[in-house]
Design a protein around this ligand. Structure first.
Ligand code: ZN
Length: 341
């Protein structure tokens, strides 16, 4: 059996060939199959949308985390509705890039214990399904993507605000993407150092280190996709496509909101039933109740409160079932100079 990288190389060549052979302004779907010992082959669709030429190539993907659904619908919107007459270059769309996780209703694949697929993309010799599948995807992406967009959302348990993460790797990609991040109408821009503990290995970071610019877009959440979040995801990418020249025409975005540094993540301490959560984006101060749930064994009510003044919530638990250790919320401080509502 070929390695993940070798399998990626094979499809890279096939896709180059397909793109050359396709007439201008045409679309077609191909299927990529990744094989790994002991499990069913993993097959994903890739829709090739060719505008006026085979390059430059935009890579658009969703569901690298298997329970973040809104981006997949946004991908389908591009597949079905993008006017190829307006497209410069080509878009490669992957609506469901991590299908084994998707069918397990979870972040990561069930084949190797829910490993976060968006943390495997760094130099390593780890073995296992997700690590090898990551090498397959990285081989494809680094050869095929001139620009990379990764749709994310809050997960089946959480809702998340509309913001982006940008790479921060110390080369020319950083300033290029930061400039674009301000021009796609987002609520916030997340300042990530990308190399802090536990946060290495994102695909945008791996590609940025190789000089390929990319952006990670967050929005949505819940066990089903949401029409408004899907529309916002579509809108953000259209703005990015105008700014990067992939779309020959289209509106420019209102300027994105402020940069923030993540302050803290809060976790639930009991198993329970969610009774209340504050709305996403709420301004909160020390002691404000953000979440309430009932312990299902004792009937006791527990509250999750904000530990600091001058903050806002950018991700919140919304699912009825609360498990000890579940993420409760993520909050950040309003930056200096930003008017708090
Ligand atoms: Zn995600």
């Amino acid at each position: 059996m070929l390695t993940g990288k070798e399998q990626g190389k094979k499809y890279t060549e096939q896709i180059f060939f397909e793109l050359q052979a396709m007439p201008v302004e045409s679309r077609r779907i191909i299927r990529l199959t990744f094989e790994y010992p002991g499990v069913k082959p993993t097959t994903i669709p890739c829709c090739l949308l060719k505008g006026d030429s085979a390059s430059p190539r935009l890579w658009l993907e969703a569901l690298i985390h298997g329970d973040e659904y809104d981006g997949a619908l946004a991908c389908l919107d591009f597949i079905n509705n993008l006017d190829l007459h307006d497209l410069h270059g080509t878009v490669l769309v992957f609506p469901v890039i991590n299908p084994t996780a998707f069918f397990a209703y979870q972040h990561g694949s069930p084949y190797d214990g829910n490993i976060n697929l968006n943390r495997v993309f760094f130099e390593n010799d780890n073995t296992g399904y997700s690590w090898e599948y990551g090498r397959f995807l990285l081989e494809l992406a680094e050869n095929l993507a001139d620009f990379f967009i990764d749709y994310h959302g809050g997960s089946k348990l959480n809702d998340i605000s509309r913001y982006c993460m940008v790479p921060n790797v110390g080369n020319e990609v950083d300033s290029y993407i930061n400039d674009l991040a301000r021009k796609c109408g987002l609520q916030y821009i997340f300042c990530d150092h990308n190399d802090q503990n536990g946060n290495t290995g994102r695909l945008i970071v791996a590609l940025a280190k190789k000089g390929i610019p990319g952006i990670l877009l967050e929005n949505g959440g819940g066990i089903a996709w949401d029409k408004d979040c899907v529309e916002r995801h579509v809108e953000s990418v259209r703005y990015l496509m105008v700014e990067t020249g992939f779309l020959k025409c289209g509106e420019h975005a209102p300027e994105s909101g402020f940069y923030f540094e993540p302050e803290d993540y809060v976790y639930c301490e009991h198993d329970g039933l969610l009774l209340y959560h504050i709305p996403l984006g709420s301004s909160i101060n020390k002691g404000d109740v953000c979440l309430k749930y009932m312990d299902v064994e004792t009937g006791e009510i527990f509250e999750v409160t904000c530990p600091k003044d001058g903050c806002f919530v950018y991700c919140i638990h919304t699912a009825a079932v609360v498990r000890k250790g579940n993420f409760a919320m993520a909050y950040a401080k309003y930056p200096e100079g930003v008017m708090t509502p």
